[in-house]
Design a protein around this ligand. Structure first.
Ligand code: SF4
Length: 330
């Protein structure tokens, strides 16, 4: 590993100042950054350790939502009784990711910032526009089974790896960030970027900006929600396709629905087209499938990942079916 300077931040202002210098990176749980440093993908000059900052609580908001500190560990958030009752999809998404040991280390802020697991990104012998801008993309015609089918570009087809962010997208979560100019709030939908021709730029954070919290707004329909994840192994595997879904049905009709997809796009993918088609219509299997097919209609598939489009349709349909019939799907 390349030598680097280590700074333990005493307060948020000094953390932001230190991380605003070129070549600096924040360190939280380290479950992704340290791996990337070992592989020589990330080569920071300075690591700014923020684990001593007071962002490790989950607090009730006056409007009925929750404010989740960026340093709350994934295992703690998954077990929070308020999260389990009001936002079960969040708890299920967290518990579907990584391993128990990693969830004990990984933080909510770090989860938002984790980088793709595209194998070419980690292989210095391969061409990768995300690692080396302008180098090309070996995944386009290579081993692309895990790559994205929505929102991709000719420069990069990597899928976003987070489970938590899929549930946050469905909830319209808001990310609180602190920078040299103060605090600002960023809707999760605007936090991650699609690759375009700059896949190395993955978020809308400015240099030195620190994620301090994630706010979950009050979403009553989320009490009837779930996270369904399809993967190659029953545990410790990234999603091929995942669905965060919440549904309210009255008199056989859909009165409210939230849908977001993981494993199929370079960012957490809010399925707005499917939501629009479903709202006000019948809550039956045909309607669920038609809405899912409409969402996937513009998928751009490659030889290795063409299976993801029908898999996503089936997964969305199954998740909505379970919610409409009161099944937990566990
Ligand atoms: Fe790199 Fe993206 Fe291509 Fe993977 S898909 S090789 S991350 S540019």
């Amino acid at each position: 590993m390349r030598p680097f300077a280590y700074v333990k931040a005493a307060d948020v202002d000094s953390a932001v100042r230190a991380a605003s210098e070129p070549g600096a990176r924040f360190l939280g749980g380290g479950t992704n950054l340290v791996d990337l440093m070992r592989e020589g993908i990330e080569r920071p000059d300075t690591v700014v350790d923020v684990t001593g900052l007071p962002f490790d609580t989950v607090d009730d908001l006056p409007d009925g939502g929750l404010r989740v500190g960026a340093l709350v560990r994934n295992s703690v958030l998954a077990a929070d009784p308020r999260v389990r009752a009001r936002y079960p999809m969040v708890s299920q998404a967290l518990l579907s990711g990584a391993s128990g040991q990693l969830r004990n280390m990984a933080t909510v802020g770090g989860n938002l910032l984790q980088r793709t697991r595209c194998p070419y990104f980690y292989d210095h012998a391969s061409a990768c526009n995300k690692r080396s801008p302008g180098a090309g993309c070996d995944a386009l015609d290579g081993f692309n089974r895990s790559t994205a089918i929505l929102g991709v570009s000719a420069s990069c087809v990597a899928a976003h790896p987070s489970d938590l962010c899929v549930a946050l997208a469905a909830l319209d979560a808001v990310v609180e960030v602190r920078g040299l100019d103060g605090t600002r709030r960023v809707p999760l939908a605007d936090f991650h970027r699609l690759p375009g021709d700059t896949p190395d730029v993955e978020t809308t954070l400015a240099p030195g900006e620190l994620v301090t919290a994630v706010e979950l707004p009050p979403v009553p329909v989320a009490a009837n929600s779930r996270y369904r994840k399809v993967r190659d192994r029953a545990s410790y595997a990234f999603a091929l396709v995942s669905v965060a879904a919440a549904l309210e049905v009255r008199d056989g009709a859909v009165t409210e629905v939230r849908l977001a997809l993981g494993g199929v796009a370079p960012k957490p993918w809010r399925a707005t087209r499917a939501e629009r088609l479903l709202t006000g219509g019948p809550a039956d299997e045909d309607a669920f499938r038609r809405a899912a097919q409409a969402e996937l209609a513009e998928a751009t598939t490659r030889e290795g990942n063409a299976f993801k489009a029908p898999l996503a349709v089936a997964t969305i349909t199954a998740a909505l079916r379970e919610l409409s019939t009161g099944g937990t799907g566990r």
